[in-house]
Design a binder for this molecule. Structure first.
Ligand code: SF4
Length: 294
C-alpha cells in the first residue's frame, strides 16, 4: 500500500479499507492545524490506486467500507473523481465509500457534477466546516465564509450526496463561545448534514494558534465554557442531525440523534454544567494541554 503522508480519518472509518487518493491538504493554512504541514500536495496516480485495490482485494475480498484518504480528495475535479470511484467499485462493488472535502472543493463544482460523482460511487463526504461564525472562520483562516458554507450545503443537498460535518468547539475564544454557537446553528439550520462531530480545539505545537495564544491575541476558553457551547448548539439545531462529541479532544462523550434525543442530552449537560467545579476544570484543562495531535 502506498502512503505519502499522515492518514487522518474520522472514527467512523476505524474498520475501513484505507486507500490513498491524495496526500496533503489543498488549503493547508488553518491556524490551528498541523496535520499536513510537512506533506507536499499530490494526487495519487490511478495506477497506484489500482495497485493498492488489487493488493487489498487479494487479502480482504469482503471489504464493505473504503476511506479515500488524503486531506481533501474532493479537491480533484469531477472527471478525475469519477475515474477513482469507478476503479474502487470495480474491485469492491458493494463498498460504502467516504472521503474528506472542503467547502471550497464543493463550491468549485456544479450540483450536476456532484451528482455524477455520487452516481459513480462516492457514498458520502466529510467536511470540516469548523464553525458557521464568520468571525471564527476569518480568524482561523479557513478561506471561506458562512455564505460559502450555505452554498456548499445547498449544492450537496441538490445533488443528494450525503454529507457529515465537523465543528471545532472553543475556537471563538474566551467569553465568545455561546454567541458563536448561536451564529453557527443559524447557518447549519439552513442545510442538511446527516451528522455533526463536535471536536474541541487544543493547541498543537508549531501552529499559528500557539503563537496567538502565547501572545494573548487569542484567549483559550475554559472547559466549562466549552460545555456551554455544546449545550447551545444542541439546543439550537433544528433539522434532524446526529451530534457526536466523542473525539479525543473532547471532555464530554455524548451522542444524540436530534430532535428526538435533545431533551435527554440537554439534561445531561445541565447536570454536568451545574456540578462543574475548579478541580474538574483544572483536570480537564491539564489533559487538553498535553495533546500534541489527534
Ligand atoms: S484543518 Fe483541514 S482544511 Fe485546514 S489545513 Fe488542516 S486539513 Fe487543511
Amino acid at each position: 500500500m502506498h502512503f505519502h503522508g499522515p492518514v487522518v480519518r474520522p472514527k467512523s472509518e476505524i474498520g475501513s479499507l484505507i486507500i490513498e487518493v491524495t496526500a496533503g491538504c489543498s488549503h493547508n493554512a488553518c491556524t490551528f492545524c498541523n496535520f499536513y504541514r510537512d506533506t507536499p500536495l499530490m494526487a495519487a496516480p490511478l495506477s497506484q490506486i489500482e495497485e493498492d485495490l488489487q493488493e487489498a482485494k487479494a487479502k480482504l475480498p469482503e471489504v464493505k467500507r473504503i476511506w479515500a484518504a488524503g486531506g481533501d480528495p474532493f479537491m480533484l475535479d469531477w472527471e478525475r473523481q469519477i475515474a477513482v470511484w469507478d476503479l474502487m467499485k470495480k474491485y469492491f462493488p458493494d463498498a460504502y465509500i467516504s472521503t474528506y472535502g472542503t467547502v471550497n472543493d464543493v463550491n468549485r463544482k456544479t450540483a450536476e457534477e456532484i451528482r455524477q460523482i455520487r452516481e459513480h460511487g462516492l457514498s458520502d463526504l466529510v467536511i470540516g466546516v469548523e464553525s458557521g461564525d464568520d468571525e471564527v472562520l476569518n480568524f482561523v483562516n479557513k478561506g471561506y465564509t458562512s455564505q460559502d458554507i450555505l452554498e456548499a450545503g445547498r449544492k450537496l443537498d441538490e445533488a443528494e450526496l450525503t454529507y457529515r460535518i465537523i465543528y471545532l468547539g472553543g475556537m471563538a475564544g474566551r467569553g465568545k463561545l455561546v454567541e458563536s454557537a448561536r451564529r453557527s446553528a443559524g447557518i447549519i439550520n439552513q442545510i442538511h448534514p446527516v451528522s455533526m462531530t463536535m471536536t474541541n480545539v487544543a493547541i498543537f505545537p508549531g501552529t499559528k494558534l500557539e503563537d496567538q495564544r502565547n501572545s494573548g491575541e487569542w484567549l483559550e476558553p475554559t472547559e466549562l465554557e466549552r460545555m456551554k457551547e455544546i449545550r447551545e448548539l444542541i439546543a439550537d439545531l433544528k433539522n434532524p442531525i446526529t451530534v457526536d462529541t466523542a473525539t479525543p479532544s473532547s471532555s464530554l462523550y455524548l451522542t444524540a440523534a436530534l430532535p428526538e434525543e435533545r431533551e435527554a442530552a440537554l439534561k445531561r449537560l445541565d447536570q454536568l454544567i451545574g456540578g462543574f467545579n475548579d478541580k474538574l476544570e483544572e483536570k480537564l484543562a491539564r489533559r487538553r494541554e498535553n495533546m500534541d495531535y489527534i
